[in-house]
Design a protein around this ligand. Structure first.
Ligand SMILES: Cc1cc2nc3c(=O)[nH]c(=O)nc-3n(C[C@H](O)[C@H](O)[C@H](O)COP(=O)(O)O)c2cc1C
Length: 324
């Protein structure tokens, strides 16, 4: 099974579900437009190998069909998704088993939880290259701008990792980030999201919030991060439950956070509470442009990546038709 992004790309290629594109493409509008057309036709995952202005390939549409989502979750058939749903509901509302068969089922689920605990990698692939200070330039990443009315370049499929400054419990969510300068981005998280809660708490304590963005991870982890789960449950454990074994984590270089060791790229930074910049507008999944909102500003001090990283991206929903 795939335990990292490149493992999943290999699986798609072996199963005839990946197309490599060597013609030059522009991350401004063109990548999203080509990908959108392919997605509508149920086409394969795409790997753009020659992206204008960037030296890294861009993967998109990897989970563009139910079949590929099943493969990402290490399943062969959509019916298996139902079995997983039952397992997860057992964990969410555990009731004392009344029959031996129920006790056996519950025991199996508990065993799965033990297997799902994250592991630790001390020499992680995601830190093969380390870029710090003035050398850090986010313009070198092939960030896309999907739609003509979009305000700028965005990260669409990054794991945004923060920590509760009191309990230390991490939160992992997928939130849109807009490029603001060579080392800053704004993060667009709704006020109910885990990251927003952590920032409010850090502000109350008069602290800065540390933040890491992991780009290009095992699709299973993206799925876990995009699943709304109880606040005290770690997304890492949840991803391990999805995958049947624990996620390998590594300590970041400059912040006290953990990231998937096999990420393609990792960005490390901090948010000073109250420091905001206008973010948006961007086309959203309903087919409209959203508004402009003051959003927290992240200042990045470090980027690490694998030696030959692949940048994974996506775009949201149907192309926008008109302004809100
Ligand atoms: C591709 C993608 C983009 C998303 N973008 C955002 C976003 O910009 N802001 C947001 O608040 N949620 C966004 N979400 C939804 C959250 O990731 C999701 O609700 C997640 O469960 C939030 O985690 P949390 O409850 O731990 O904060 C996105 C989800 C996906 C799959």
């Amino acid at each position: 099974m795939a335990r990292d992004l490149r493992g999943f790309i290999k699986i798609l290629e072996e199963r005839g579900q990946l197309r490599r594109i060597s013609a030059p493409v522009d991350p401004d509008l063109e990548i999203a437009e080509i990908s959108n057309r392919m997605l509508q036709q149920g086409g394969p995952g795409l790997l753009f190998e020659n992206v204008k202005g960037a030296s890294f390939p861009v993967a998109v549409n990897l989970m563009g069909t139910v079949e590929r989502i099943c493969w990402a979750m290490n399943m062969q058939h959509p019916q298996e998704l139902e079995t997983l749903g039952k397992k997860l509901s057992l964990l969410q509302q555990p009731k004392p088993p009344k029959k031996i068969s129920q006790a056996i089922d519950f025991g199996k689920v508990l065993f799965d939880v033990v297997k799902a605990k994250p592991g630790r990698d001390f020499f992680p692939a995601c830190q093969q290259v380390v870029i710090e200070g003035d050398d850090l330039d986010l313009n070198k990443l092939p960030l896309i701008r999907p739609y003509p009315g979009d305000a700028g370049k965005i990260i669409t499929l990054g794991l945004v990792i923060t920590k509760d400054c009191e309990t230390g419990t991490p939160n992992v969510g997928v939130y849109r980030l807009q490029l603001q300068s060579k080392n800053t981005m704004t993060v667009h998280w709704l006020s109910v999201r885990g990251g927003a809660r952590h920032l409010r708490k850090a502000a109350e304590k008069g602290k800065k919030l540390e933040i890491a963005i992991a780009l290009g991870v095992d699709p299973l982890i993206i799925m876990a991060a995009a699943t709304p789960i109880p606040v005290d449950l770690s997304e890492w454990l949840f991803a391990g439950l999805y995958g049947g074994s624990g996620v390998n984590l590594a300590k970041c270089k400059t912040v006290d956070l953990e990231v998937p060791a096999d990420s393609e790229f990792v960005l490390e930074g901090t948010i000073t509470p109250g420091e905001v910049l206008p973010d948006g507008p961007f086309g959203d999944h309903m087919g409209y442009y959203g508004g402009v909102e003051d959003s927290p500003l992240i200042r990045f001090q470090c980027m690490t990546h694998r030696k030959d990283p692949v940048y994974l991206t996506t775009f949201s929903g149907r192309p926008p038709k008109k302004k809100r």
